[in-house]
Design a protein around this ligand. Structure first.
Ligand SMILES: [Zn+2]
Length: 328
């Protein structure tokens, strides 16, 4: 089973989580907490960190309105990375709103301007579910896509964000450090964690999963001294050190499960089932007692994606033999 059950939550709620920061719940696949976009507002600017996919664009716009702002007044979008659950709607928004500028890692920028390759590679993973999961993926106009440099600071609705290149989950991943409230918008580099569970799950999709780089990125996050992390998948968490300390051991555990199973000849579905069992064990009984917990983790980081991510990484490294291909 590749996908979790859908829920009933429509999304479009906005929760003020810090001074001039709102968490907008996109209600992805009918569940709360699975994908957030963060809204930063000042009298003359309205800024998003993440957009979510086009499939949740109505919820994003409803959430901006629920926070008390006009979605048409959006000025800037900062992306942590271009995976469709984080950035899929950016082209559609740019097409409809000519005043919006998009900020992204230089490796990600060309794929926003011409999303053909991005859509093709996502299509290999999601096949006939592409449209239901993500909706339209439109190109963004090149003149409104701005590449960020590591370490630079950028103005965002009265906030001054520091750009932290944080590869590992994706080569083009950025975390945004906002020193004034002392928070980091972590995208996926600080993993997935649902309230009510202590488990920080590192999502490990193909194609450029890189555990060694991920470890360096976690150190960078730790060095900020942040008091709170804002995860795209799960929301805000204040136990910053304990949370960050989990990520690499948890990724190592996932890698070990994959390596052992793949060396024993397991196929991708079998590996995914083992990773799903690991996730449920690590969520723990208190978390599992919360309705929808397994589904929320499943939608935020499907086990089959991490199985495919490690298959590619471990095969390339020569740690496990390449699986036989049909027709050979
Ligand atoms: Zn991602």
């Amino acid at each position: 089973m590749r996908y979790a059950e859908s829920g009933q939550f429509a999304g479009g709620t906005a929760t003020q989580v810090d001074e001039r920061i709102w968490a907008i719940d996109l209600g992805f696949q009918g569940w709360d907490q699975v994908i957030y976009a963060y809204l930063l507002a000042s009298p003359d600017e309205l800024v998003l960190i993440e957009t979510g996919p086009t499939s949740t664009l109505p919820a994003l716009q409803a959430g901006i309105a629920a926070a008390g702002f006009d979605p048409a007044a959006l000025t800037k979008i900062f992306l942590t990375h271009i995976h469709l659950d984080h950035a899929g709607a950016v082209g559609v928004i740019a097409r409809e709103q000519p005043d919006v500028t998009i900020f992204v890692h230089p490796i990600g920028a060309p794929h926003l301007i011409d999303p053909g390759k991005l859509v093709n590679s996502a299509g290999r993973l999601y096949t006939d579910r592409m449209d239901a999961l993500w909706g339209e993926v439109a190109p963004a106009p090149a003149e409104r896509v701005v590449s960020l440099a590591d370490g630079e600071t950028v103005e965002a609705a009265g906030h001054v964000l520091s750009v932290l290149f944080t590869p590992g989950h994706a080569s083009h991943h950025i975390a945004y450090w906002d020193p004034d409230p002392g928070v980091v918008f972590t995208g996926d580099v600080a993993g997935v964690r649902m309230p009510g569970s202590g488990y920080a799950l590192p999502p490990a999709p193909p194609p450029d999963l890189a555990p060694d780089e991920w470890a360096v990125s976690i150190d960078r996050l730790r060095q900020t001294g942040a008091r709170r992390l804002y995860l795209t998948h799960g929301g805000g968490f204040d136990d910053v050190d304990a949370h960050l300390a989990q990520i690499m051991p948890n990724l190592d555990a996932v890698e070990a499960i994959c390596r052992t199973a793949m060396l024993a000849g397991a196929d991708d579905d079998e590996v995914a089932a083992l990773l799903q069992a690991e996730t449920e064990a690590r969520i723990g009984p208190d978390g599992l007692a919360i309705p929808g917990m397994v589904e929320r983790y499943g939608w935020a980081s499907p086990s089959f994606l991490s199985a495919l991510g490690f298959r590619r990484l471990l095969t390339r490294r020569g740690d496990v033999p390449a699986p036989p291909r049909p027709g050979r």
